[in-house]
Design a protein around this ligand. Structure first.
Ligand code: SN0
Length: 316
């Protein structure tokens, strides 16, 4: 693994999953691996779980951690080549990334999409440039289009809680008042396509995700039909990909309730957090016995620790 930006940076997902489960049992087994090595975490947007779980993962491996809230404390970065910098940006990404690459053995980056220009967001320009100019392994802490550490933690959580060999996993869209990235949904789809599960997606018309991530996954527009016999229901809002960045509906009937869950196989419910309670997901489900949201968040440590370990061991 040279960088960790998507499921395609993983040679063997099943093997990586086994490594994570092993690491979770003995988190300090490799506490010397990161000695005298530093990971830098660059945040262009807010974060709670990603920031804390990545720090914890790096500390478990004996690494030093530096955190930079670039959006609040750093110079405004320019990304365009050849631009005359006489406006608001202060430093070019090529200079900042080159310097950070000298300070860190690994750099983690969070950079959300702007949700205005689809081709700009989907080009992942920020990550591409950091890879080019920092010259060190880059770890995605959620990019414009993907959130692979979240999806890997989700896969670990499903593995731990499944009661049959090939569970049915449903990704359902849920309402939200704001336009949110497609990253968590894209990424979850990408990992589920690779996993040993029956995977379906349900959302209102107009919320189709980029096929690049969903592949041949069945899309069912009737949520009740999709939920039938589900073992896991993954809840997430995303803004429209087609009508890029738009909120097309606020239809509250898409929010999961215990009543709606009756058609499932007593399904476990997942969400990456942060969640808008009683908009995206009801209190009764979040506080109920089938919610796995805290377990998912805990597994963020082990998905991240496994990946950092691979990067440090240069397993590629
Ligand atoms: C982000 C997202 O990609 O949906 C991060 C999830 C890990 N979520 C939000 O930005 C939520 C913002 C809000 O106002 O609820």
């Amino acid at each position: 693994m040279k960088h960790f930006l998507s499921v395609y940076d993983v040679k063997d997902v099943q093997k990586l999953l086994k490594k994570a489960l092993k690491l979770k049992k003995k988190p300090y087994e490799h506490s010397e691996l990161g000695k005298n090595k530093t990971i830098g975490l660059i945040f262009m947007n807010p974060s709670t779980r990603t920031r804390l779980s990545t720090q914890r993962a790096a500390l478990n491996l004996g690494m030093n951690v530096m955190v930079m809230n670039m959006d609040k404390e750093g110079w405004a970065l320019e990304t365009q080549e050849g631009i005359i910098m006489n406006q608001n940006t202060v430093e070019h990404i090529k200079d900042a990334a080159a310097v950070m690459g000298k300070y860190c053995e690994i750099i983690g980056i969070r950079s959300f999409p702007k949700l205005i220009d689809k081709s700009e967001d989907y080009s992942e320009d920020f990550f591409t440039k950091f890879i080019k100019y920092s010259k060190v392994p880059i770890l995605s802490l959620e990019s414009a289009t993907l959130h692979p550490l979240q999806s890997f933690a989700d896969l670990i959580t499903i593995e731990e809680h499944k009661t049959k060999e090939r569970p049915k996993v449903v990704l359902t869209w849920a309402p939200h008042i704001k336009p949110l990235p497609q990253a968590v949904a894209n990424s979850f789809a990408e990992w589920m396509v690779e996993a040993d599960v029956d995977f379906v997606i349900t959302h209102p018309k107009g919320y189709e995700l980029d096929k690049k991530f969903t592949g041949a996954t069945p899309i069912i527009h009737n949520q009740e039909k999709a939920l039938k016999d589900a073992d896991f229901v993954y809840v997430k809002n995303w803004s429209s990909y087609k009508d890029y960045g738009k909120v097309l509906t606020l239809d509250g009937s898409w929010m999961l309730t215990n009543e709606k869950m009756k058609v499932t196989n007593n399904a476990k419910v997942m969400h990456c957090l942060p969640v808008r309670r009683n908009i995206e997901l009801s209190d009764e489900i979040l506080d109920g016995k089938n919610s796995l949201v805290v377990q998912q968040a805990e597994n963020r440590i082990y998905s991240c620790q496994t990946v950092i370990k691979e990067l440090l061991q240069k397993n590629y």
